[in-house]
Design a protein around this ligand. Structure first.
Ligand SMILES: [Zn+2]
Ligand SMILES: [Zn+2]
Length: 145
């Protein structure tokens, strides 16, 4: 029996492979309108040039931090971007203020950088990354296939 052709990939590898295999068209990764609801503390919403609309809560974005440290940490525990660390929602865990940015800075024309209220600020959220982790119902349904 041959196991050739069978590979086990985790979510991040799958995401990266998908990124290599099918480049997104420029209009899918170019925002028409970006709303950062920093004062309201709710999250980020982007209207893309191709008509698609994405929205994420700040907590989700914090858990999807694309920096190398967070990425490796998620990869080692097999978590998809946006999924909180196990145990962080347990009632006995010391109260942690919900994630929100204290500063949001555009990086060139291609990304957003957040300085979070826990002090972390190394993640650069590129438009392409954000589009790939779109949390709308359609994209989530597709990601499950
Ligand atoms: Zn990070
Ligand atoms: Zn979507």
């Amino acid at each position: 029996m041959s196991h050739e052709g069978i590979r086990i990939v985790n979510a991040d590898e799958a995401l990266r492979e998908a990124a290599e295999e099918q480049p997104l068209p420029p209009e899918a990764v170019t925002p028409k309108k970006v709303r950062v609801m920093k004062t309201e503390g709710t999250g980020v919403a982007i209207d893309w040039r191709d008509g698609h609309r994405s929205a994420w809560s700040f907590a989700w974005l914090r858990n999807a931090c694309p920096c190398a440290t967070c990425h490796e940490e998620r990869e080692s525990s097999g978590r998809r971007p946006g999924v909180p660390k196990p145990g962080t929602q347990a009632p006995l865990v010391m109260y942690k203020a919900p994630a929100r940015p204290v500063e949001v800075t555009p990086v060139g024309k291609y990304a957003l950088k957040f300085k979070w209220n826990d002090g972390h600020e190394t993640g650069i959220y590129s438009w392409e990354y954000l589009r790939r982790v779109c949390e709308c119902e359609d994209c989530r349904a597709k990601a499950k296939d």
